[in-house]
Design a protein around this ligand. Structure first.
Ligand SMILES: [Zn+2]
Length: 194
């Protein structure tokens, strides 16, 4: 009896342990995808306002991107995008809706707030700020100036030790990350010779 119970417990445990592997195999294409959309090359920049119907946006964006960009949603704090953002190296962030250049890793900082934070924008002409009273208080909403997609909010004067003391609190899911290419360094090659 006891041995049997132990055996079945062991079997149960091992099948439980196998479960995540099985799940991972089934949808590995989805799991391999980074939480923040990533591309190798800088995308072509929109030259005029990007206007699409709601159906077109729904088709082009992931449900998470659609919810934030087009429905003014907010992603969960400390989500996968935040974890990923913290570990990303240098690069540029573009709008996931229209490819407009928005932010640079040079301006990112860890505000420990659970969302990607920048203290400045990379292209001010691609960012617009709008007063937002939706949460029962005055906040400043940040939108992409090219596609009018909701990005997050901007807060000021919180005492962060950054050059602007501004916090662009941005939903990671609206960003498209393009990592900087490692620069070819002729000096290294010269050193390697001798
Ligand atoms: Zn945009």
């Amino acid at each position: 009896m006891t041995i049997l119970t132990r055996l079945s417990t062991a079997l149960l445990l091992s099948s439980v342990a196998l479960l995540p592997v099985a799940c991972g195999e089934n949808k590995d294409a989805k799991h391999d995808k980074p939480a923040i959309e990533t591309a190798d090359k800088a995308p072509a920049q929109p030259t005029k306002p990007v206007k699409k119907t709601d159906d077109e946006w729904k088709k082009e964006l992931t449900p998470e991107q659609y919810e934030v960009l087009r429905q003014h949603g907010t992603e969960r704090a400390f989500s996968d995008t935040y974890t990923e953002f913290k570990h990303q190296g240098s690069g540029t962030y573009y709008c996931a809706g229209c490819n407009a250049k928005l932010f640079s890793s040079a301006h990112k900082f860890d505000a420990r707030c659970g969302w990607p934070a920048f203290y400045d924008a990379a292209s001010n002409e691609n960012i617009k700020a709008i007063e937002d009273f939706s949460a029962g208080m005055k906040r400043v909403e940040v939108r992409c100036a090219k596609c009018d997609g909701h990005l997050g909010h901007i807060f000021e004067g919180e005492g962060f030790n950054t050059p602007t003391d501004q916090r662009y609190c941005i939903n990671g899911v609206v960003l498209k990350f393009v990592p900087d290419k490692p620069e070819e360094n002729p000096e290294t090659t010269a050193e390697e010779k001798e």
